[in-house]
Design a protein around this ligand. Sequence first.
Ligand code: XMP
Length: 305
Amino acid sequence: MVKTDVFIEKAINEIQERAKGKKVVIALSGGVDSSVCAVLAKRAIGVNLVPIYVDTGLMRKGETERIKTVFHDFHPIIVDGSHEFFTALSGITDPEKKRMVIGEIFIRIFEREAKKSKAEFLLQGTIYPDRIESEGGIKSHHNVGGMPIDIDFKGIIEPIQDLYKDEVREVARTLGLPPEISDRMPFPGPGLAVRVLGDVTEEKIRIVREANHIAEEELINQYNPWQCFAALLGLGTGVKGDNRIHGWIVALRAVNSRDGMTADPVPVPFDHLCKIGQRITSEIPEVSRVVYDISPKPPATIEYE
Ligand code: XMP
């Protein structure tokens, strides 16, 4: 990448040129990519920027409240799309289909909101690895390959589409964003939907959200992994009191990586893993088994779907 401040100036100029005098909606997710884009766009076009945060119902614990606080000055429009997402995802088990469905609903919500605010452009935080993986047919990122063809926008602006994640973080720091944002670990666009194997229900999302929260609390500060999370693998047998029950199997994953293209498992000490497992099964009664994933990428991917 060219020098960070040169990149910033160029990106701001390009946004100004493309969106001259027009309103632009931005999909604010709270991650480093969309936050960097929001700051660049705010500097470029000021009040013509319309930030929209969609609560898909598939977000991490406390995320919507966090957005309201952290991006207070951006006055984001908060849209509760959870009902729409859960309805559309009902019965869908194929991971790519999930991504397509989520991408489709996302864009339709944005079109609706854009019409209300008379915005003509959509600004997205797509980064280089998203494009590579979508173009290479590995998976369709919901903001790239999962995008419906007939998008009702005059244009899409993707200011950081040539950057890797670590470069985006550097830009974030240079823009003065706090470490809470610049160092925030990646979270997939389709959210917790790809952390539930098979079909998505509100109940499964509630369980994986709680497990994910515990995984983050236990692992982030102690090991500073590139990414960590919990996923819901399926039902297995367990015992509660004298009874054999069906309980959920939760997988914990913590990896180190440079850009998500390859990754290695974090060697979390066994004692700590047991403690996390105990926390999860006692705080979430529906879970009876916790496993730790020791797979590197490749051959595994970071997410489960
Ligand atoms: P995988 O699972 O492919 O993940 O090894 C590599 C990185 O990409 C994130 N990821 C996604 N991000 N939309 C996104 O915006 C997606 O559909 C998606 N799938 C995976 C994943 O969390 C990891 O950081």
